[in-house]
Design a protein around this ligand. Sequence first.
Ligand SMILES: Cc1cc2nc3c(=O)[nH]c(=O)nc-3n(C[C@H](O)[C@H](O)[C@H](O)COP(=O)(O)OP(=O)(O)OC[C@H]3O[C@@H](n4cnc5c(N)ncnc54)[C@H](O)[C@@H]3O)c2cc1C
Length: 409
Amino acid sequence: MDVIIVGAGVGGLTLALALRQAGIPCRVFEAAETLRPVGVGINILPHAARVLSELGLEAGLSSAAIATREAVFFNRFGQLIYREPLGRHAGYEFPQFSIHRGDLQQILLNAFLERVGPDRLHTAHRCTGFEQDETGVTVCFYDAAGTSTLPPQRGRLLVACDGLHSVVRKQLHPEEGEPRYSGVNMWRGTTRRTPILTGASMIRAGWLTGGKMVIYPIRDRVDGTDLQLVNWVAEIETPNNMQRDWNRPGQLADFFPAFADWHFDWLDVPAFLRAADAILEFPMIDQDPLPWWSRGRVTLLGDAAHPMVPRGSNGAGQAILDARALTDCLATGGKVVEALLAYEALRLQATANVVLANRRNPPDAILREVFERTGDRPFAQIDDVISEQEIRALSDGYKRVAGYARPAP
Ligand SMILES: Cc1cc2nc3c(=O)[nH]c(=O)nc-3n(C[C@H](O)[C@H](O)[C@H](O)COP(=O)(O)OP(=O)(O)OC[C@H]3O[C@@H](n4cnc5c(N)ncnc54)[C@H](O)[C@@H]3O)c2cc1C
């Protein structure tokens, strides 16, 4: 009997590839009828890039993604607060990749089809729950529309990689409430334009109270032109929003006023936003860390295990690290139940720390400090507001929690 993986997102497909490399058979069951390139930008930090490189995916990622070279922080007046190198430019062994979620999923899917095989991917299978006994797990499915029951599938163990709305998580923790809204709404989109700053800069500007922007390129030379596909996220404190559909269209008019006067010498933000290809709206949500993930032969991975607010570029990366850790635990050849507990011991607290750091002190805490200390006014010199040492402490503190602090030379 093989490993049953529910969900063919970033976590599920990475797990399937890692299991394959370790010689452990698996099948993947995905609710969607076809895997379409949905979503917008996503980041792979160097520790997750290492895992994907060791799965032989670095060349594919390098040609599809942008190897991001610097993080740059501005206030809402366009004044530079801080810049620091990223990925290989900061001396890491592996790059930081900024990539379209659809491109990342496609790279993982192509490798899956080639190495694991198309007969091991079952789309239009919406998991509805599971039962387990001492020898295995029986997983139940509906079709994509959720109207007809499909034959149940039996496996040695079940790994739920079914994302934010995980049904397996709900079955394991029925008492848990709905995801927790952070009070910040996000509008996400992409715009085709000529390179901004270095053409590989991850820009954060403003602050959540009045409006914050995150901007970074995710594809080079779109349609053979000199244009890049540039991802952006507008984040604004908004009292209520609980509609959690990754594909929900957003309206420019709902957030544009917050950025209407952001005309900087490095970017005309209003023109940039008006030129967007498409806009999606999504609330910034997460859930309190769970006390446990594994029961018997069932466990959780990625967003199903630890949904986090996307303020540290870590959602996909932590799912990838989970996949590596779980594979290593299963590859020891010991008992399944013990392997799942060992995986949980490696990853639960580590990811809980990231969930909590993303709430309190993600990298954009630098922007919050400047916002509060200046009373949201322009500064004469940044050193009068905050020292470079303090900024570095915020940035390095987050890297330590998220597991990608660079070892001292
Ligand atoms: C459609 C979509 C768009 C997204 N867009 C972005 C984005 O633009 N930027 C960003 O940072 N993050 C985005 N994310 C989230 C991001 O992919 C994850 O935070 C991160 O990659 C962790 O991946 P994951 O595999 O745990 O979850 P996900 O990537 O969410 O994958 C979960 C997978 O499980 C499938 N699934 C869900 N329920 C069931 C079920 N009952 N049975 C079977 N399969 C099921 C889903 O269709 C999906 O393929 C998006 C997720 C989705 C599903």
